[in-house]
Design a protein around this ligand. Structure first.
Ligand SMILES: Cc1ncc(COP(=O)(O)O)c(C=O)c1O
Length: 383
């Protein structure tokens, strides 16, 4: 290869996602509890509205920040967390992932330190690095997976630019307490640090309530998404909230990333959003039943333990075998079950596995049979 084709040092410094790696190892008929992708169908209104928009010729570039009707509709929905929200506080993005990338590119300078949750979603640290920043992991408490506020305080330096918060959380299913939300908001204010709050799972809380950072747009930018809310992961549409000044920066960055989000897709989600509550209510009921099932099945396995996750659709149990999570996940793949090793989510994810329960109860049951059998064999010294 011509040496001019060398991949940038920045990109080489980040790994490929550990979630995707497991699929390459899997057998074709494996039970897949590895992917954070709803198995439900999207709302029919969304599909109809997207098809109609495309048929009616809405196939051109949109305004960079997204169509105003959708910006207004997102603001109206999220006014439940901040009554002052307006469409001008919303940018529609080509996915929640892109919103997170644009936020990191818009606000992080080389050398800036970015506190990222550990265990935490796999793109926060790479995004910090791709912007030239330095990711610094902060620990979540075991069991209820709250940000460890003292630990965070101890990691703050004069170079700390941003604290990334994920609520409800992937991979842990943790739901941020109001007390900890307030503590983080106070730290951000006192120390002049920005919060990036990833709230793409806000629709899926089974106990407790959502403590959003939307009331704190003077110190936080909030990311959201349609992928999980409406089971439209393939449409690639998300959004972010910011005050007007920060919004200007995000719109400028979005122009340079993608010019604008998908026009028919935006009309699609707009067709469903104002009446989405019954759809979400049903999805929440379905996921809660699966959460209860997977929690029961995991806690019946000797050597594994799970406090019921309160949000999102992930179970993140710990185990007591003396074995790295990657090795355990490899044994499970060999036995026909795909999950994700806790180590894929950072240093403090080790000794855990992540199972997505956005899959049918039948698949969850079969997967848990494989898990129980494999763990029994390992503990019995038969693997
Ligand atoms: C915590 C979290 N944030 C953001 C995303 C990005 O979702 P999308 O890009 O599909 O909007 C995901 C996807 O799995 C996620 O788990």
């Amino acid at each position: 290869m011509n040496k001019g084709m060398k991949v940038s040092d920045r990109l080489q410094s980040v790994p490929m996602s550990g979630i995707r790696k497991m699929f390459d190892l899997a057998k074709p008929d494996s039970i897949n509890l590895g992917l954070g992708e709803p198995d439900l169908e999207p709302p029919a209104e969304a599909i109809r509205a997207m098809a109609k928009a495309a048929e009616e010729g809405k196939n051109k570039y949109s305004p960079t920040a997204g169509i105003p009707e959708l910006r207004d509709a997102v603001a109206a929905r999220y006014a439940r967390y901040n009554p002052d929200l307006k469409g001008k506080n919303v940018i529609i993005t080509p996915s929640g992932s892109t919103a997170l990338l644009e936020i990191s590119q818009a606000f992080i300078d080389p050398g800036d330190e970015v506190l990222v949750p550990s265990p935490g979603f796999v793109i926060y640290a790479p995004h910090a690095k791709l912007a030239g920043g330095v990711p610094v992991e902060y620990r979540l408490t075991e069991g209820d997976f709250q940000p460890d506020i003292d630990y965070i305080q101890s990691k703050i330096t004069s170079r700390t630019k941003m604290i990334v918060v994920n609520n409800p959380a992937n991979p842990t299913g943790g739901v941020l307490s109001e007390e900890n939300r307030n503590a983080l908001a106070d730290i951000a204010k006192d120390k002049g640090i920005m919060i990036l709050s990833d709230e793409v799972y806000d629709s899926f809380i089974y106990e407790g309530k959502h403590s959003s950072f939307l009331p704190y747009l003077d110190r936080a930018v909030v990311a959201g998404g349609f992928s999980k809310m409406m089971a439209v992961t393939g449409w690639r549409l998300g959004f972010a909230f910011a005050d007007e000044e920060c919004m200007d920066a995000l719109i400028k960055m979005q122009y340079h990333v993608c010019a604008s989000p998908s026009m028919p897709g935006m009309y699609g989600v707009l067709g469903a959003l104002p009446g989405i509550d019954p759809y979400i209510e049903n999805a929440r009921k379905v996921y809660k039943a699966r959460r209860d099932l997977i929690t029961k099945r995991i806690n019946e396995i000797e050597g594994m333990s799970l406090i019921p996750p309160r949000g999102a659709f992930y179970a993140f149990p710990s185990y007591d075998m003396d074995m790295p999570s990657q090795d355990l996940a490899n044994e499970l793949v060999k036995a026909g079950l795909i999950c994700t090793p806790g180590s894929a989510f950072g240093t403090f994810g080790e000794r855990h596995l992540r199972f997505s329960y956005a899959a049918s109860e039948e698949k969850i049951d079969k997967g848990m049979d494989i898990l129980a059998d494999t763990v029994r064999k390992i503990r019995g010294g038969r693997i």
